[in-house]
Design a protein around this ligand. Structure first.
Ligand code: IMP
Length: 186
C-alpha cells in the first residue's frame, strides 16, 4: 500500500520507510500543511490532524506521527511541547533545566495516526523508557536523539544504527502495532 506520511521531518520518513518498505508498503513524504494544534495529549493532536485530513484529502492513505520527550524530573516537560521546546530552548535548554540532577529518567512517546480512503481512523502507540545524558552524544537520528539513552543501553539514540533505534524506540513500537494492523486488515 502507498502510505503518505504527513510531516516536514525527513527523519521520521526515513524511520517509517525502514520498517514498512521491506514489507511492501511504499512511504512517501507529504507536506500537506495540516494544522498541528497545541493539545494536552499526543492523541488529541493526532485525532485533530486525522479529522482535518479526512476532510481535505479523503481519497488517500495517510499517516501522522506525533512524538514527545517526557522528562520525569521536569513533570513530563517538554512532552506535548517538545516541538516548541526544540524551536526555543533546544536540547541544550532541556539539559540546562536538569542541571547536574541525579534523577534523569525520561520517556519518549509516539502516536501514529492512520487514515484510509474508506474513512477508517486508527491510532497506534509506542513508548520507550530511558534517561537523559549530561551532554549530547552522537550524530545519527534527529531531534532529541543525542540526549536520550534507551533503557538497557549505554548509547544514545543518535549513536544507534537506524535498525537498532527502530528495534527499541517509541516509534518502532508504534510501528509494530501499525504493521500488525495492516497485516490483519488486508
Ligand atoms: P513532533 O511534534 O512529533 O514532530 O516532534 C516534537 C519534537 O520531538 C520535535 O522537535 C522532534 O524533532 C522531536 N522528536 C520526535 N520524535 C523524535 C525521535 O524519535 N527522536 C528525537 N526527537 C524526536
Amino acid at each position: 500500500m502507498e502510505l503518505g506520511l504527513v510531516t516536514s521531518n525527513a527523519g521520521k520518513v526515513h524511520e517509517l520507510a525502514a520498517v514498512l518498505e521491506p514489507l511492501g508498503h511504499e512511504v512517501t513524504q507529504r507536506e500537506l500543511g495540516y494544522p498541528e494544534v497545541q493539545a494536552p495529549t499526543l492523541e488529541a493532536v493526532v485525532e485533530f490532524g486525522l479529522e482535518w485530513l479526512a476532510q481535505h484529502h479523503p481519497d488517500e492513505a495517510l499517516l501522522i506521527d506525533d512524538a514527545g520527550l517526557f522528562v520525569d524530573a521536569l513533570g513530563g516537560f517538554p512532552g506535548v511541547y517538545s516541538r516548541h521546546a526544540w524551536d526555543t530552548i533546544g536540547p541544550a535548554g532541556v539539559l540546562a533545566l536538569l542541571g547536574n540532577g541525579e534523577e534523569r529518567s525520561a520517556e519518549f512517546r509516539c502516536v501514529l495516526g492512520l487514515l484510509l480512503p474508506d474513512g477508517v481512523h486508527q491510532l497506534f502507540h509506542g513508548s520507550c523508557r530511558g534517561s537523559i545524558t549530561r551532554v549530547p552524544r552522537g550524530d545519527g537520528g534527529f531531534g532529541y536523539d543525542p540526549i536520550f539513552i534507551p533503557k538497557g543501553d549505554e548509547r544514545t539514540f543518535a549513536e544507534l544504527p537506524l535498525a537498532e533505534k527502530n528495534g527499541v524506540s517509541h516509534r518502532g513500537r508504534a510501528l509494530a502495532e501499525l504493521v500488525e494492523y495492516l497485516g490483519t486488515s488486508g
